[in-house]
Structure formats: structure tokens, C-alpha cells
Ligand binder design. Structure first.
Ligand SMILES: *Cc1c(COP(=O)(O)O)cnc(C)c1O
Ligand SMILES: [Zn+2]
Length: 471
């Protein structure tokens, strides 16, 4: 079995390009490229052989011959980038993230069968690690082979891409340059590339402005572009849907819902599932729901016209800062994905996303604002009957809540713009006095509906009295 993959224009222009070439767009029409795999070669393995192979690699330590047991992405390397030689892989243990059943959250959102794919439980705290391991590994191989004079990798970012790029580049010893919109990302996201020794340029513009600059800068082919316009990232990110099916025993959920900004991730999700379907590894496709913030909703607006018209917007100051994007690079790919997967697009307001995130937290999660957008949209679709009773829904949680402490603090201080923080839980300040504490706890438990009846109360008081006497 000789596997291979190459670049091709998504709009169907003829021509194939080497995946180790420095090329991001079709030279004929300017459209995005995508990595195409030799499907006939992949089909030489049967669907059950593929499932067995992937399942075996998921058992940590089960296969000592396999060189990269800790990476969910490289556990599927034949489907990702078969020409990448194992010695060039730059991994930080990405993928194999938990898929959690969320019954308490399901009932508060009005769903029957809800799961959360915890992509933020990852080295740099977001799903961007899935794609960055592939891109940086490919650059490491280009450098090792001396094919292209690459001096550095660069990206524009709303925070998570730059954190991932900086970490993987540092692990490989490759210089990284990141362009960030000044004052528009969280403190944690800003400090990550700084700590990982990237060259951080904070520009007085928004993400879309940074994107324009990085496109200019990377016309110098020795600075390699690491945004999701670069289709190598999509190849890593596409493993998420396959991994979800694998974790559900190769069963496909009815819906997968995810927050959508630059639209690389939804394109990637669809691409992975489509390949798994084509090779018979899964027996049907889920429906997809793209969730946008109302303040940054160009895809939602286009959806309202049946994708007849697309207008870039100026993205507003949503708390979901990683999807604050007005002119998404992968729009065409996303529309194709939504058509193929009978997809829908829905939006959430600041109040809705914050409330959904708070509800998730109250059920034991720690949701980032983007996951809040996806959860709010899931609840809306269920209320409208688009998601039907009994259907299984997987929501992709894209980042770790710990990266968005400002958002959490703002919520519980009641300080977020356009948000009525109904589930605030501020700390209670009291003197260090046992009686004052007891009174407060009684009131709190009573408010929460945990009053004791009279008999229970007497028993407890007796017991307390006994303990006080001992002291
Ligand atoms: C990048 C990112 C997204 C959006 O993904 P796109 O590929 O840009 O659509 C959503 N959530 C988080 C946390 C992200 O970092
Ligand atoms: Zn083309």
C-alpha cells in the first residue's frame, strides 16, 4: 500500500501540488487548496481493519512498535499526512481528548442525549493543537530535507492559534512570529506565545486586519503561513469527528454542534467524517450546526439568504473573542460542508452565550465563551424542534475555560456587557465567627431548598451541642 496526498484547488481547477511546497492558494483562480488523499490506496484496507488499527492505537502502551502512542492525530497518520516521516513529527500529546456525557446539563438545556467533546483539554488549551502538530511537523520535514528555505512560521490570531503555533514551534526549535489584535484577546492567550518565545507583534487593528498583514508578510516564501488558510492544519483538525465516532464505539451522533469563526474547523470536521464515511469506517453522516456569536455572524447572515449572498462584517466585541471574525477565510469550504451534511447555522447573543456557559459550569464543566455559543445554539435548536427529542448531540468545546478567566470573573462580578448574570455566585464575606457562619449556611441551604424538618433539626442540634461540649 503506497499512500500519498497532494494539494488540489477546492474549486476543481486541474493541477496537483506537493504538500511540502510553500503554496496556499490555487495559482489559476486564487481559491483555497485542500489536501486530497489517494482514496483507492486507503481503500485497500477494509473498514473493519481500519477500525481495529485505530482502536489498537488508542490503547496507550498497547503497541510499542507504533512510534507516537500519545497523539490522537498521529494515531491516524495514514489519513492525515502519509508522507510525513515519523522522525519529523512534532507532538505535544494532542488529541485523544475526553468525550463526556453531560446528563445534568442536557436536562437544563432541554436535551435528551448530550455529550461534550473536550478539545480544550489539550497542551495549549484549545483544539488548535490538532492542526498545529501537522503544520509544524511538515515544516520540520521541509527544513530537514532542505527543500524550501523556510526561516520562520507566522500567523495572525485571535489568541489560540498563536498559543499553539508558539508552543509547537518552540518544541521544534523553529522561530515563530505572531500577529495579535492589540487589546482584543485574553491575558492568558497573550502570555502563552510570549512565554513560548515567539516574536509577538500586537497591532492596532482587529483579527481581519492582522490577517491582511500576515498575508503580505508571507509573500516572502521563507516565512511560512500557519493560518487555517494553510490546509495542512485542516488535516490534523479533521481527526476530531473521527475520534468522536471512535469514542462512541463507531456510532455516529445525530448532530455535532461547534462554534464557528474563520470556518476552518467546521470544514475540517466535515472533511474527516466524509473520509471515514467514504472508507466505510462510519455508516452515516451526522448533521452539523455552526454556532456564531450575534456580534460576529457573517456565516449566519449568508445562511439566511440560502448562501446566495456573502457580505463580510465588522466583527463586534463579543466575549467569544476567538470567533470575533468578520471575513472568514474558509467560507467556501464551510458552505460545501454545510450542504453535504444537511447543516444549519444559528447564532447566540452575549446574554445567551454567557448564560449557557454558566449553566455548563453549574453542571461541572468549565466552559469557554465559544463553547457557550455552541451550547446556547444547541438549546435553541432543541426548543425549535430542529434537534428532535431523543437525538444524540455532541457539542465541541473548543477551548479550556481557564484561558478565559477574565470572562468568568466578569460574569460573576456582573460586569459583562449586555449580559444579565442570572447565575452569579460571588463569594460571601463574613467575619471569622462560627455563629455567623452557621446562620449564613442555614440560610443558604434553605434558599437552595435543603431545609431540614423539625425532627432532623433537633437531631443535628443535639449532635452539634455534643460536639461543642467535647471542645
Ligand atoms: C479558533 C477557535 C474557534 C473557531 O474555529 P474556526 O476554525 O476559526 O472557525 C472557536 N473556538 C475557539 C476557542 C478557537 O480558538
Ligand atoms: Zn482554482
Amino acid at each position: 500500500m503506497l499512500l500519498s496526498a497532494w494539494y488540489q484547488c477546492v474549486r476543481g481547477c486541474p493541477g496537483r501540488y506537493d504538500v511540502f511546497d510553500v503554496i496556499y492558494r490555487c495559482p489559476a483562480c486564487g481559491g483555497l487548496l485542500e489536501v486530497v488523499h489517494d482514496a483507492a490506496a486507503l481503500a485497500e484496507r477494509s473498514s473493519s481493519e481500519w477500525r481495529e488499527l485505530f482502536t489498537g492505537r488508542a490503547r496507550v502502551g498497547a503497541n510499542t512498535q507504533y512510534p507516537i502512542p500519545a497523539s490522537g492525530v498521529w494515531s491516524k497518520w495514514e489519513w492525515v499526512l502519509p508522507q510525513l516521516r515519523p522522525e519529523n513529527i512534532v507532538t505535544l500529546g494532542e488529541g485523544f481528548t475526553p468525550l463526556l456525557p453531560a446528563p445534568r446539563l442536557a436536562s437544563s438545556l432541554g436535551l435528551d442525549d448530550l455529550w461534550v467533546k473536550q478539545c480544550g483539554v489539550s497542551h495549549t488549551g484549545s483544539f488548535k493543537d490538532l492542526g498545529m502538530t501537522v503544520l509544524v511537523s511538515a515544516v520540520a520535514q521541509m527544513m530537514a530535507d532542505g527543500l524550501n528555505p523556510v526561516r520562520a512560521v507566522a500567523c495572525a490570531s485571535t489568541g489560540d492559534t498563536s498559543a499553539a503555533l508558539a508552543a509547537y514551534a518552540a518544541a521544534a526549535g523553529i522561530p515563530a512570529i505572531v500577529f495579535l489584535p492589540r487589546g482584543k484577546i485574553s491575558t492568558a492567550q497573550l502570555i502563552q506565545p510570549i512565554a513560548n518565545a515567539a516574536h509577538v507583534l500586537a497591532l492596532d487593528t482587529d483579527f481581519d486586519g492582522c490577517m491582511r498583514i500576515v498575508k503580505e508578510v508571507t509573500r516572502d516564501r521563507s516565512i511560512y503561513l500557519a493560518n487555517s488558510m494553510n490546509s495542512l492544519r485542516v488535516e490534523g483538525q479533521k481527526t476530531v469527528g473521527i475520534e468522536i465516532a471512535q469514542q462512541l464505539g463507531w456510532q455516529v451522533p445525530d448532530w455535532i454542534v461547534l462554534p464557528a469563526g474563520n470556518l476552518g474547523n467546521i470544514s475540517a470536521l466535515a472533511k474527516g467524517l466524509a473520509l471515514a464515511y467514504e472508507l466505510g469506517v462510519i455508516d452515516r453522516l451526522p448533521r452539523l450546526a455552526a454556532a456564531q456569536a450575534e456580534l460576529a455572524n457573517p456565516l449566519y447572515q449568508a445562511y439566511q439568504t440560502g448562501f446566495q449572498r456573502f457580505e463580510p462584517v465588522t466583527a463586534g466585541a463579543t466575549a467569544a473573542s476567538a470567533i470575533r471574525i468578520g471575513d472568514p477565510v474558509s467560507y467556501e469550504k464551510a458552505v460545501a460542508a454545510l450542504r453535504q451534511f444537511d447543516g444549519v447555522v444559528e447564532q447566540a447573543s452575549e446574554d445567551e452565550l454567557a448564560d449557557a456557559a454558566a449553566l455548563a459550569d453549574r453542571a461541572g464543566l468549565y466552559a469557554c465563551p465559544h463553547t457557550g455559543v455552541a451550547l446556547a445554539v444547541t438549546a435553541k435548536l432543541a426548543r425549535r424542534g430542529v434537534i428532535e427529542p431523543g437525538q444524540r448531540v455532541v457539542v465541541i468545546s473548543t477551548a479550556h475555560g481557564l484561558k478565559f478567566t477574565d470572562f468568568k470573573v466578569g460574569y460573576h462580578e456582573g460586569a459583562l456587557a449586555d449580559v444579565v448574570a442570572r447565575r452569579r455566585n460571588p463569594p460571601v464575606e463574613l467575619p471569622a465567627d462560627a455563629e455567623a457562619v452557621r446562620v449564613e449556611l442555614d440560610q443558604w441551604l434553605a434558599r437552595a431548598g435543603h431545609q431540614l424538618d423539625e425532627r432532623q433539626q433537633t437531631t443535628i442540634q443535639d449532635r452539634l451541642g455534643w460536639r461543642y461540649e467535647q471542645v
